[in-house]
Design a protein around this ligand. Structure first.
Ligand SMILES: [Fe+2]
Ligand SMILES: [Fe+2]
Length: 236
């Protein structure tokens, strides 16, 4: 039984937007993902941290989900900024049931147990002070509310007094990177006593701006697919 995480698969099996053209880690990336996911067994859980598919709707994402469903284990889905196929949880669950795609769960305003830990998550948001009062701020505040709901649900899964090390957060956007800190998100992670935060979204040269390791008592880790060469990060 193991817990893994990886973000940014950017699958395009039903559409024509393969990432191989970017070269480097992206060359042959679907084969790499297949090799990476081959470690999964039926008891395992993987958190897929957003930018899963380039598809514009669920039907277009069919081939991508069929590919992912061919690997065993539970797959928790976090929304990324490119996941235009994402719709309501009810519609996504109906799609998975109708197509016979087992093992997918939506990590959105909720939390899931993994052994004695709670897995929380949401997309997150880049927010700069300059954007105060704009649409961005509205989206950002909604994301904070989602993260708070998820962390609260996670806390409710743990016994009273359980230490924060039992609370793990999975975001698409990095709460921190060089020269930037998303205070609303970082403060929530601090307040709920999360132990670790995994995030994706950063690609190629942007990997160099990632901040990893301990920050105010929380361990931050970048897990975007091209950063991991598409080998899922083993967390537990
Ligand atoms: Fe991405
Ligand atoms: Fe992204």
């Amino acid at each position: 039984m193991a817990l893994y995480a990886m973000g940014d698969l950017h699958l395009s099996l039903g559409a024509d937007k393969p990432m191989d053209v970017f070269g480097g880690a992206w060359e042959g990336y679907v084969d790499k993902i297949a090799r990476g996911l081959s470690v999964l067994t039926g008891d395992d859980t993987i958190v897929l941290c957003g930018d899963l598919s380039w598809a514009m709707n669920l039907e277009e994402a069919h081939a991508d989900f069929a590919f992912l469903a061919s690997f065993p284990g539970r797959k928790l889905l976090v929304k990324g900024n490119h996941d235009y196929w994402w719709t309501t949880a009810a519609k996504m669950r109906r799609f998975f049931a109708e197509k016979g795609f087992a093992g997918f769960e939506i990590l959105h305003n909720n939390a899931f147990a993994y052994e004695d830990r709670a897995l929380c998550g949401t997309r997150g948001w880049f927010f700069e002070e300059d954007d105060r009062g704009t649409h961005d701020e509205k989206v950002f505040l909604r994301e904070c509310a989602r993260l708070e709901a998820s962390l609260r649900a996670g806390r409710a899964l743990l016994p009273d007094g359980a230490p924060g090390e039992k609370l793990l957060a999975f975001l698409h956007y990095p709460p921190l990177y060089e020269g930037y800190r998303c205070d609303g998100i970082v403060d929530l992670l601090d307040r709920f006593g999360a132990a670790r935060c995994y995030y994706g979204h950063l690609h190629g040269a942007a990997h160099g701006r990632a901040i990893e390791g301990d920050y105010r008592g929380i361990e931050y880790t970048l897990i975007s697919g091209d950063y991991l060469n598409f080998q899922p990060a083993r967390i537990l």
